[in-house]
Design a protein around this ligand. Sequence first.
Ligand code: PMP
Length: 406
Amino acid sequence: MSPAAPAQSLSPRSRRIAPSPASVLRRRTADLRALGRDVIDLSSGDLDFPTPGHVIAAAHAAARRGDTRYTHADGTPELKDAVRAALARHNGLAFAREEIAICNGSIQALYNTLLATLIPGDEVIVPAPYWAPYLDQVRLADGAPVVVPCPQNNGFRLRPEDLSAAITPHTRWLILNNPVNPSGAVYSEDDLAALAAVLQDHPRVSILADGLYEHIVYGGRRAPTFAEVAPHFHARTLTVSGLAKAYAMMGWRIGYAAGPAPLIAEITKIQSLTTSCASSISQAAAVAALSGPQDLLHARAVELETRRDAFAALINRCDGLACEAPEGTFYLFASCAGLIGRHAPDGRRLATDRDVAAYLLDAADIAVLPGSDNGLSPYIRMNFAHPLPVLAGAGMRIARACAQLR
Ligand code: PMP
């Protein structure tokens, strides 16, 4: 706590949350690198691919022609139309312009939604393992996250019976991430239809469908979004996605929400008071990404699949680690159960996956995200969106560090 901000001056809201685990690790990794350590960062949510050249050209052009003013709070008409076209093309979904809001990343679309809809005491069902910010976003919005464990032997997917058991009169949202960060699990149409059948009897529960990794799926699979499977839930489904992962545009900060116009209007109202709008330059770039050639989506997924297979093989050779090749995303979610209870050369005992992550950083200069930050232990999440030689080096260091445990 900095001296400028004594604890008693902080709001209860701010005190009940923590910075996102990934942002803390990103800083830690940068600090270690500044000290001269050669850290391989497998903890982030970045891809190593560049943003496509035609997208960067469109951003230049936008800046030069003077697209440098505030846009409408809900985004430029051009980008809204490009999002509508993408939703029609990829998901077969039709939305009107007033059913789309452009936000500063999908993270803001999610947060604005929770702020706009939760009343104190409302519950939000979050299947675990989960993307950590969901929980603190819910808390910031005065809601209560209800975490439902989805263990590996359920394919890390939410089962209808577990959803049914988690619903109470206070449940307001179910957050459904497909494909799932961090496990890489993919819900099929049948999986989603079975969840929809449960929700049929609970009209107060809405579905927040986060499809940020929808284009990163392997083996010819598709990751459908909930609205495709349950069009009759239109009034209570919000489809959220963004450009960060599909087009390697993490730092451009463009995401969107698509759903019923009254909810989109509330999301927009909150945005108009918090960030005014998404960056005009980034919005112009996003139009180029969504309207330009789409073959790079498939080409990149194919490249990532090769890396997935190579890295999964390396990790499965590490004594004490075990993983299955994920069906989507660019994360390996590896069980480290075999390392728990072992001792490092300096004598310290690895009691949790947090200890395993700390040991890998100290002993091997490898940054990973502990599963406890994703709500399921003992696991570690490793990003494999790195060139093959980097993955080979990382695999070697991890193997060596595992072998040194007793
Ligand atoms: N949802 C999931 C599941 C994510 O992993 C992330 C980022 N890693 C986000 C949403 C937010 O991404 P962005 O704001 O960059 O669109």
